[in-house]
Design a protein around this ligand. Structure first.
Ligand SMILES: [Zn+2]
Length: 328
């Protein structure tokens, strides 16, 4: 194992906690401190639904922990139990730990070895393979491990470099503090995940290039969300899952409460009512049907018909690949 970091610093360093003022006196300056966190990209994800990528853009309104690591680094390994504790402690509050695996050695560069390590060490939070160090470079990263705590607006609010040890408690308090902050304007707070969106809050649009969507989405999700494709009936995940909320697979916006789901017999997930203000309707290019798109990312979700059950009489006929389910 490589001891990548302590030879430089000899102990954990905190680079400003929850503020930018602390920066001036801190021993190391993280280039991202207090600034908008750069996006996380990558094609190989572990511990996400269907290997789907996560994005920080899609996590606006929530607190996120991003940690850069590589599996054969002894200092990185010391911190792994802390990440797992955060993932479990804060899961109900929408906090996610994202492990960005930036390799240093040839062995670490093989995604199969990363996958095996994740599995054998029981890591449950999402991990992305940082191919070519793209994230490392975008974040101006310097040391393994580094932990960034990101607020609901997507800004880096505290940075911990090296082994956490006693700083785990401090970082935990940082997360708790950020959870108490209001969500930015136009973004639903994580606490509204019950799906009781009022529709009175304007939605901040997520705009990406076609290349970015291609990189983020699976081929089938891309075909539906960005090319208005339709998955074959009964091909997807259309059955009921119990209480929860269905979110956009493109931008994570909550779209439908599970209690509005019904069995339409069509082979597509069907709902009688969306979360108010979170979907938009347009006349379909065929001039006949009414298309339903996500209000945040504009992703094609399906169509709405007027043969649904009470109380609305509407049937929102969705593509399952355009949704992901979050259990309550
Ligand atoms: Zn969306």
């Amino acid at each position: 194992m490589n001891n990548k970091w302590t030879k430089w610093l000899g102990g954990a360093a905190v680079v400003g906690a929850l503020g930018i003022a602390a920066l001036a006196s801190s021993p190391i300056e993280a280039a991202t401190q207090g600034r908008q966190a750069p996006e996380i990209t990558g094609n190989r994800w572990f511990n996400t639904r269907g290997g789907q990528p996560l994005t920080l853009a899609g996590r606006r309104g929530k607190v996120t922990v991003v940690e850069f690591w590589t599996f054969d680094c002894s200092n990185c390994r010391v911190n792994l139990p802390a990440y797992e504790r955060w993932e479990k402690k804060f899961a109900s509050q929408g906090v996610e730990v994202i492990g960005v695996h930036t390799p240093e050695t040839a062995e670490e560069r093989d995604p199969k070895n990363v996958e095996r390590f994740v599995r054998e060490h029981g890591i449950t939070y999402p991990v992305v393979v940082d191919e070519g160090g793209a994230n490392w470079n975008r974040w101006n990263q310097q040391f393994w491990p580094t932990v960034y705590i990101i607020d609901k607006s997507g800004r880096v609010r505290s940075t911990y470099i090296g082994e956490l040890h006693a700083d785990e408690a401090k970082a935990t308090r940082d997360i708790e503090t950020l959870l108490r902050e209001p969500a930015p304007r136009g973004v639903q707070a994580a606490t509204s995940d019950t799906g009781t969106g009022t529709g009175t809050v304007p939605i901040v649009k997520v705009v990406k290039t076609d290349a970015q969507w291609r990189a983020q989405l699976s081929p089938t999700a891309y075909d539906v969300l960005r090319q208005s494709g339709t998955e074959p009936a009964f091909s997807g995940d259309y059955k009921s899952h119990g209480a929860g909320v269905y979110r956009c697979a493109g931008c994570d916006l909550e779209l439908f409460n599970a209690q509005t789901k019904f069995d339409s017999g069509t082979g597509w997930p069907s709902f009688y009512q969306p979360i108010k203000g979170h979907v938009e309707k347009r006349t379909d290019p065929d001039g006949d049907r009414t298309e339903v798109v996500c209000a945040r990312c504009g992703g094609h979700l399906g169509h709405v018909f007027d043969d649904g059950p009470k109380p609305t009489g509407l049937r929102y006929c969705m593509n399952s690949v355009a949704l992901h389910f979050q259990k309550k």
